[in-house]
Design a protein around this ligand. Structure first.
Ligand SMILES: Nc1nc2c(c(=O)[nH]1)N[C@H]1C(S)=C(S)[C@@H](COP(=O)(O)OP(=O)(O)OC[C@H]3O[C@@H](n4cnc5c(=O)[nH]c(N)nc54)[C@H](O)[C@@H]3O)O[C@H]1N2
Ligand SMILES: Nc1nc2c(c(=O)[nH]1)N[C@H]1C(S)=C(S)[C@@H](COP(=O)(O)OP(=O)(O)OC[C@H]3O[C@@H](n4cnc5c(=O)[nH]c(N)nc54)[C@H](O)[C@@H]3O)O[C@H]1N2
Ligand code: SF4
Ligand SMILES: [Mo]
Length: 720
């Protein structure tokens, strides 16, 4: 034991050292140059078998985070300003801070029950080894049903579909991008995002390679995105109308006898009945995608060359997110390319989180939210009900919150409503590197170490990668004596809360929380994975386990090891779609109706890193994008200021004319609208602007999964 524990660089080190970027799902391998202990250069590691030397502009900002004077290194407590003056923050010692947080959370639980404490887990947890090994133990210690996370403003429909069809919520089918001939991208922008639920460093080069071997990329998106611009074909699709388009493609496959399901798939006849009403003509009328194009895409998908459909945020965070992901799964299952090279395949990570049952297969509706009665999925309630659970008095009301690596005031619907609810809490704690629009409402903030100061093995994203690889990256820098890793914070809080509640942790649980992530990973690797800890130490650049391999049906986690094309829970939502479609056909939209969608930029990272000069230089990118004809119709000048209004709120923002937008669709980036005067955040003129989630509506849900419908929000736009 202990071979993964390796020393960080000595003080004053000069030379090179391998690192890893954990800012997005591409998990690029890095090579850092250090002079006198300071990082003077970061480049992609050309020897990394997955990222092959690729790095995006964000990769270098890891060094900026490490040295950032704004980053918290010791706990801080909020001191309310006298008579309306601004609050201030004072540092306190770790023991005092951990005791304070544990005292207040345990007191809330003792007095009002576990459900009185809520927890919100943000995106960077998925990128932290310490959360992967120690996060669950901490969350369990809170004893609450009020668990929320960024998953319900993101990928939860994928998980629901994976659970229902393949038997495990993390059995996500991944496009075998390196071998496909037709890559159909629906509602994703990997040229900006670097891929999601498809760990694919160096997407630009892989697309060039696709074309060089005669393949094609086709994009369906309401904006002619960076990805659409390098595609062979792009179709505008009206936001929220993808479900009829995807079902019409299934309709074509089935009605033209092109469906070729594997032998272990059931339900084709039932599926044929279900998709019969969804003709390409009906889909075209509501979506704007040409019926002929729908037919020819379906035929091409089922053609001889390997092909795969991939859908991401645009088709997950919308009103029919689950139906879209279900239809995409069915298209991949019926195209004749499922689980074969160039089709939709399943990654085999060295630590098999599915096979080892590190995460449960999936459960749903074991409890419901108190106020709106929406079901739990995978142990979580939708983030869209978080604020109302704090606001509504009564038994089980959330009176204390913990946020970990999140900024839901900027990242979940009706952020201002949430901010107000946070102010009404008895107590709030946050585990975060920074004060942000959410953590500034906390009473205490506990800052963990940053990426360069901790070990990394990616327990999550190796499992969603377009190639099987594994990599262990020890911390580059030692942490200071008075800093704590996130796993140390989770362990300390879980232990203290359990003690205060009079039921100390079992020896097992305590042992797990006391163990270093490095040792836990070593145990996992050596429990029969495809690479051992020794292999990883020998190959710090990463171990190449080769291209994706067919694994079906052996790896299916369903009880009968077969795939049901038509699970009741998923197809049950077709009634809602049918009713919505009939309404739309009976009463067409008003000619001037506008809907709002989101947008990502290569130099953004959700709501953070807007204080790094390197990333925020360049052209302004905070504007509302709108088609020039939509501007002209309203007498709005390009570059002027507009008022955007939804059911929930209203914002004033600069507008930019863009014929890359579909008519009737406007776009704002998310993670903007910083409100922290006095920090370097929000000072860069390129990223000032407003939060899109001041406009998004917590009432708009993909009902089956509870995912927020962040895209397709009805808005009006007028001159300010
Ligand atoms: N309208 C709209 N809203 C969206 C989206 C959209 O497309 N449109 N996208 C959604 C998606 S996909 C996501 S994932 C969410 C993201 O939403 P969140 O996860 O709520 O927020 P982030 O902006 O990722 O904030 C991350 C916070 O974690 C902190 N942090 C960084 N690293 C660490 C760490 O290692 N440990 C700890 N403890 N803290 C750390 C950062 O300082 C930052 O404050 O936003 C969602 N919101
Ligand atoms: N640079 C950068 N990279 C990131 C992030 C970041 O903030 N910045 N965030 C990371 C995170 S947390 C995630 S989850 C991933 C997300 O990765 P992606 O899903 O690739 O990223 P998005 O830009 O949200 O892409 C969604 C696309 O859907 C389109 N769209 C909107 N509504 C609809 C619709 O109704 N139908 C269709 N067909 N399309 C629609 C949008 O125009 C957009 O192009 O990116 C990750 N990578
Ligand atoms: S693509 Fe993602 S992982 Fe790679 S350098 Fe950029 S942010 Fe980091
Ligand atoms: Mo995300």
């Amino acid at each position: 034991m202990g071979i993964l524990r390796q020393p960080p660089v000595p003080a004053g080190f000069t030379g090179t050292r391998l690192g890893v970027c954990n800012l997005c799902e591409a998990i690029c391998g890095l090579e850092l140059t250090l002079e006198d202990g300071a990082v003077t250069g970061i480049r992609g590691n050309p020897d990394d078998p997955l990222s092959r030397g690729y790095i995006c502009p964000k990769g270098v900002s890891l060094a900026d985070v490490y040295t950032d004077p704004d980053r918290l290194r010791r706990p801080v407590r909020r001191v309310p300003g006298p008579d309306g003056a601004a609050d201030t923050w004072e540092e306190l010692g770790w023991e005092e801070a951990l005791d304070l947080v544990a005292d207040r959370l345990a007191a809330t639980i003792s007095e009002h029950g576990g459900d009185a404490v809520g927890v919100y887990l943000g995106n960077p947890n998925a990128h932290s080894l310490g959360f992967g090994t120690h996060g669950a133990g901490f969350v369990r210690a809170l004893r609450t049903h009020h668990r929320f996370s960024a998953s319900t403003v993101d990928q939860v429909p994928h998980q629901l579909v994976a659970w229902q069809m393949y038997g495990h919520q993390l059995m996500i089918a991944i496009p075998d991008l390196d071998r496909t001939r037709l890559f159909l991208v629906v509602g994703a922008n990997p040229m900006a995002s670097n891929g999601s639920l498809m760990t694919v460093p160096d997407f630009p080069k892989r697309v060039r390679e696709l074309k060089e071997r005669g393949g094609r990329m086709v994009v369906l998106d309401p904006r002619r995105t960076e990805t659409a611009k390098v595609a062979d074909e792009h179709h505008f699709v009206r936001p929220g109308t993808d479900a009829p388009v995807l079902l019409a493609m299934l309709h074509v496959l089935v009605s033209e006898g092109l469906a070729r399901p594997p032998a272990y798939v059931d339900g084709l006849e039932h599926l044929a009945d279900l998709v019969a009403p969804f003709t390409p003509e009906r889909a075209a009328a509501v979506s704007g995608v040409d019926a002929g194009a729908i037919r020819s895409l379906a035929r091409e998908l089922a053609g001889a060359g390997p092909a795969v459909v991939y859908g991401r945020m645009g088709v997950s965070t919308q009103g029919f997110g689950t139906l879209c992901q279900w239809a995409i799964a069915c298209l991949n299952l019926l195209s004749g390319h499922f689980d074969s090279p160039g089709g939709a395949m399943f990654t085999e990570p060295a630590v098999d989180t599915v096979g080892l049952r590190i995460a449960g297969p999936g459960r749903r509706d074991r409890w419901r939210s108190r106020v709106r009665d929406v079901p739990e999925f995978a142990g979580e309630l939708p983030s869209s009900v978080m604020a109302e659970e704090m606001r509504e008095p009564g038994e089980g009301q959330v009176r204390a919150m913990v946020t970990v690596a999140g900024n839901p005031v900027l990242s979940t619907p009706d952020g201002p409503g949430l901010a107000e609810a946070l102010d009404g809490l008895d107590f709030m704690a946050a585990v975060d590197l920074y004060l942000n629009e959410t953590t500034r409402h906390a009473d205490v903030v506990l800052p963990p170490t940053s990426a360069l100061e901790r070990d990394q093995y990616d327990l999550v994203f190796h499992g969603f990668a377009v190639r099987n690889t594994a990599r262990w990256t020890p911390a580059v820098f030692a942490r200071d004596e008075d800093q704590r890793h996130d796993w140390e914070i989770f362990g300390a809080l879980a232990t203290r809360i359990a003690e205060r509640l009079g039921s100390p942790l079992s020896d097992d649980a305590a042992g797990q929380l006391a163990a270093e992530p490095a040792d836990l990973v070593e145990r996992l690797l050596d429990s029969g994975g495809r690479a051992t800890a020794a292999d990883l130490v020998e190959h710090p650049e990463g171990v190449d386990l080769g291209p994706l391999r067919p694994t079906m049906p052996a790896r299916l986690q369903t009880p009968d090891q077969r795939i049901d094309l038509v699970p009741d829970l998923l197809v049950g939502d077709l009634d809602r779609l049918t009713a919505w479609l009939a309404d739309l056909e009976a009463t067409p939209r008003a000619a001037d109706e506008l809907v709002l969608i989101g947008r990502r930029h290569q130099r953004d990272c959700n709501s953070w890193l807007h204080n790094t000069t390197r990333l925020t230089k360049g052209r302004a990118r905070h504007q509302l994008l709108m088609h020039p004809d939509d501007l002209a119709d309203r007498g709005i000048a390009d570059g002027g200021t507009v008022v955007v209004t939804s059911r929930v709120g209203s914002v004033e923002v600069a507008v930019a004319g863009a014929d890359d937008m579909m008519r009737g669709v406007v776009s704002l980036p998310h993670g903007y609208g910083h409100q922290l005067p006095g920090t370097r955040l929000a000072h860069a003129s390129t990223v000032v602007g407003v939060s899109i989630n001041d406009l998004t509506d917590p009432d708009l849900l993909d009902v089956v999964s509870g995912n927020a419908a962040l895209n397709g929000v009805p808005v009006t736009v007028s001159p300010a």
